[in-house]
Design a protein around this ligand. Sequence first.
Ligand code: 3PG
Length: 397
Amino acid sequence: MRFIDQLDIAGKKLLLRVDFNVPLDGEIITDDNRIKAAVPTIRYAVEQGAAVIVMAHLGKPKGKRVEELSLKPVAKRLGEYLDMEVPLAPDCIGAEVEKMAEQLKSGQVLMLENLRFHAREQGKTSEARGDFGAQLAALADIYVNDAFGVAHRPNASVVDVPYAAKQCCVGFLLKLELENLGEALKDPQKPYIAISGGAKVSTKIGILNNLIGKVDHFIIGGAMANTFLLAQGKDVGKSLVEEGLVEQAREIIDKAAKSGTSLHLPEDFIWGRDIKTAAGVCDADNVPADGMLLDIGPVTIQKFCDVIGESKTIVWNGPMGLFEEPAFAEGSMKVCKAMAESDGITIVGGGDTDAVVHKAGLQDDFTFISTGGGSFLEFLEGKELPAFKALKENLDK
Ligand code: 3PG
């Protein structure tokens, strides 16, 4: 990879792809970590005397101009972090944008409007995307990718711009992601452990299949554990399950048994009849017929934390229970705390997991918090992400 500090960018125009897909409540940004994380690259570029054209997507406007998904509040917040004016262009391509880009001076920053207001950004084929990427690339001298969060999407701004751009490189945020996820996990210190939770097995099948056999321990919590209990022939009452995945869960249990990975499933739970109130603790063999399993129980917490405490590399995606509800947050919080106290390498990714870590106020006690959601999962699945393929093929020019 070629990084931004390996090119002479003084006096050049940069087209910087970032992932500013942040949660909004009206015009209020409720979590701006992704904006904060991209600031070092932009600040560096400005200090070096480059002019920076920032491009990003927000939400899923599906090719339509949706005012609520304008990047206006994002440009404002970015300006606050950079302590400078960051104007928002009325669009991301077209004559007016070209003029604004042309007039942009060294040390200035311009934000383009939501890329996804154009359906071509997300066209499924290169024909459908057409020359959208080339139009974006033409705005600048150098394309910089700093958008790990969208690295798994074959969108024009990610996969076509590198081919059309005169030069390409990687920003500091993407560099950090590559170092922490790539390098650390290529040759992990052992014991190496993966922790997976959240609602669905279906979104984690790829990770389970890729990591079982590579990790020493695989901990499963959250509602996805219910499907594994079903696969073991247990009754899970009214809990959330994916019936269609029971067979695959069984195969994963078998694969783990043969591969030397210890698979850890919850042995007890906090259960409830509704999602607000805890009704008590039950074990995996005695789940009340009218109950839902909503968090891991005290015995399981202790066991999971003991395994975490003995591990040297720990990767976590997905909460252990319905952590948004105080009655069912303890499992996720305790796992989070055990990781924060570990002196091993601790890596987390995914929006919900990131939310647990921030809710616990332990974000400074982790080795690395990825800005990726889907991209983090696909990276752990061992897939080559489309962004990296496009960059690798174009870094030499
Ligand atoms: C994300 O938030 O995971 C990325 O920005 C990708 O967004 P998407 O799932 O809407 O493509």
